[in-house]
Write a protein that binds this ligand. Structure first.
Ligand code: ZN
Length: 261
């Protein structure tokens, strides 16, 4: 990567370079950045599309599934012709078509305890677009351990929630929810449904947070507060989240404790 934007890059990214809080230097920083997107589904699709469009240098995509007809109502990385294809392949094709400058690294596996650290290492930011609590807690714990900021999100029916975690600086997901809920309390998309546009709104907020973090915004990130979206009544509210000194992931007794800084 050269230390100048090409004429083509300046034109491609001109509308965000014009934004006073971003600019050309930030664009170069974005072009050198690496973001890992976990799940090429309802959240990962809009997030990855906007990150690729914004010129993030490297996008890692983790997903073990194949595209199914019932995915297409919300998983906008994939099209009808992709049914049966691994989601990471379909995602890579779509993102490369949108922006050939972006290097897309595919991981056609389930993000689990055996591979999580190895996959996540070296990324600057993680977008958690997973659809189950075990993975959400794993993403949190691995990201905190490796010191990688990430965006947590969850969606169901006409509701969404999203929060940014900067390890060592803000509350983590486990500070808020100590452990995964019992299975009988879990509403998930497969069992409960989801409006595609709700996934789009929340995934797009995740991409926005990734860009803001990578651009060096110190203030204004969605940290220490959970944003809750009620699409039925079109209301957003915030829940304040405090760092828990006893948190099993980021508290003073945790193996991956980072001094607040
Ligand atoms: Zn914590």
């Amino acid at each position: 990567m050269s230390d100048r934007l090409t004429t083509e890059q300046i034109e491609r990214y001109s509308r965000q370079i014009m934004v006073p809080d971003l600019g050309g230097k930030t664009q170069m920083r974005l072009c050198r950045s690496r973001v890992l997107v976990i799940g090429a589904g309802g959240l990962g699709s809009p997030a990855a599309l906007y990150l690729a469009a914004a010129g993030i240098g490297t996008l890692g995509i983790v997903d073990a599934d194949k595209v199914e007809l019932s995915n297409l109502q919300r998983q906008i990385l994939h099209a009808t012709a992709d049914i049966g294809r691994p989601k990471v392949e379909s995602a890579k094709a779509t993102l490369t078509k949108l922006n050939p400058d972006v290097e897309v690294k595919t991981h056609p596996v389930r993000f689990d305890a055996s591979n999580a650290e190895q996959i996540a290492a070296g990324f600057d930011f993680i977008v958690d677009g997973s659809d189950n609590f075990d993975t959400k807690f794993l993403v949190n714990d691995v990201a905190v351990k490796l010191g990688i900021p990430f965006s947590h999100a969850g969606i169901v029916r006409l509701q969404g929630q999203v929060m940014t975690v900067v390890p060592g600086r803000s509350a983590c997901y486990r500070c808020l929810f100590k452990t995964p809920p019992p299975p009988e309390e879990i509403l998930n998309c497969q069992a409960s449904g989801i409006l595609g546009a709700v996934a789009g709104t929340i995934g797009t907020i995740q991409a926005t947070e990734a860009v803001k973090y990578l651009a060096g915004f110190d203030d204004g990130l969605l940290t220490d507060r959970l944003l809750v979206y009620d699409a039925k009544n079109l209301r957003f509210r915030e829940v304040e989240v405090r760092r828990d000194p006893q948190c099993a992931a980021c508290g003073a007794g945790a193996p991956s404790f980072i001094e607040p800084g």
